[in-house]
Design a protein around this ligand. Structure first.
Ligand SMILES: NC(=O)c1ccc[n+]([C@@H]2O[C@H](COP(=O)([O-])OP(=O)(O)OC[C@H]3O[C@@H](n4cnc5c(N)ncnc54)[C@H](OP(=O)(O)O)[C@@H]3O)[C@@H](O)[C@H]2O)c1
Length: 327
């Protein structure tokens, strides 16, 4: 591995620029190549971010030998196909969440990673957030005793968005569940593991995507109450309670810079400021794995990813959300 790990980005939309900004904060990484379906857009992005190559097709970037790892930043529906193309060309891959739109896709991606002996990780950036990492360690050490309750939500108003855009369009696997419901599900899974039983209900929009989904996860000694929605804001303060106290992740919890512990009538607030928007920590994790020659992250492994999508498959089965290309 070279001194600097060389990144390529495909799909130069909203998240791609935020990721590129945070990549600049990671000393041992650099953006070397970018690809768009539109070469002019790629040239502009390249100039803005001091990359070396601009490509007018994703495949050109996948076959560029100077790229160590590709960040897939396209809508959900193309994650599987593009990741597999990149891995088949020998590239390591960090793929935006959800890694695939159902467990069938994710299984194929994992097979491709293993066959090509390359690194693959879902860009579940919250797993690497300093506050969430710290809270997970504290909970594992029993800071609030036996955990009995998790509450987490993620919502914002999006019904004024373009119905052909990726949030409201079923052809792009739109809806709240896969886009933002994945975060509260992730938190319950991180803390309590795979649920014994899942109950879910969704409100379906005229386009056929879910715009509100409420979920209850049942565990032997705990329950999680989770919510995602595109119809309004929600508080986005996550709560984890146990026999000896409560931990709160401050809003917006999935990208938080603060947590608090309430125990014995005392409140301890802890601030953990991020360097950038928060993508720098998942980038650092990729670098850590690549430098050690590890093909998956221990903190957010492929088993974690497949569990998460199986949970979302189960929820969609209950709420009746089937995307047009799945019929
Ligand atoms: N981790 C996070 O915080 C976070 C935040 C937002 C989004 N995301 C994830 O990142 C992915 C992209 O989200 P985004 O908000 O960046 O989306 P976006 O702004 O719509 O950008 C997606 C880009 O993908 C490319 N693309 C390829 N096929 C496309 C198609 N059929 N329709 C539209 N665009 C297509 C386009 O790039 P070119 O025109 O350059 O080819 C487009 O600019 C999603 O899977 C989402 O879940 C993650």
């Amino acid at each position: 591995m070279k001194e600097k790990i060389r990144w390529g980005i495909v799909g130069l939309g909203n998240i791609a620029q935020k990721f590129a900004d945070d990549l600049k904060l990671v000393a041992d990484g650099e953006l070397i190549a970018v690809a768009s379906r539109d070469i002019e857009k790629a040239r502009h992005f390249k100039a803005l971010n001091n990359a070396k190559y601009a490509f007018g097709s994703y495949m050109e970037l996948f076959s560029c030998e100077d790229v160590d790892v590709v960040y897939i930043a396209t809508p959900h529906t193309s994650h599987a196909e593009l990741s597999i193309q990149a891995m088949t060309q020998g590239r390591n891959v960090l793929c935006e969440k959800p890694m695939g739109i159902n467990s069938g896709e994710v299984e194929k991606m994992i097979t491709a990673a293993r066959e090509n002996k390359v690194f693959l990780m879902e860009a579940l950036w919250s797993r690497f957030n300093p506050s969430i990492r710290k809270v997970k360690d504290l909970l594992d050490d029993g800071i609030i005793g036996d955990i009995a309750y998790v509450h987490a939500d993620f919502a914002f108003y999006a019904l004024d968005r373009n119905e052909n855009g990726r949030l409201l369009n079923p052809a792009l696997a739109g809806g709240s569940l896969l886009d933002i419901g994945i975060y509260p599900i992730f938190l319950a899974y991180l803390i309590l593991g795979y649920p014994e039983k899942i109950m879910a209900t969704s409100k379906i929009y005229k386009t056929g995507v879910d715009i509100q989904t409420s979920m209850i996860f049942e565990y032997p000694n705990a329950q999680a109450i989770l919510y995602s929605g595109l119809t309004s804001d929600s508080e986005m303060k996550a709560q984890i309670s146990g026999s000896e106290g409560t931990v709160y992740l401050a809003p917006r919890w999935h990208e938080t810079q603060e947590y608090s512990i309430e125990k014995n009538d005392e409140i301890e607030k802890v601030l953990l400021p991020k360097k950038g928007k928060g993508y720098e920590y998942e980038i650092e994790e990729v670098h850590h794995c690549l430098r050690k020659g590890e093909l998956e992250s221990k903190l957010w492994s492929l088993e974690h990813t497949i569990d998460l999508i199986r949970i979302m498959d189960d929820i969609r089965e209950q709420t009746g959300v089937v995307f047009p290309f799945e019929k």
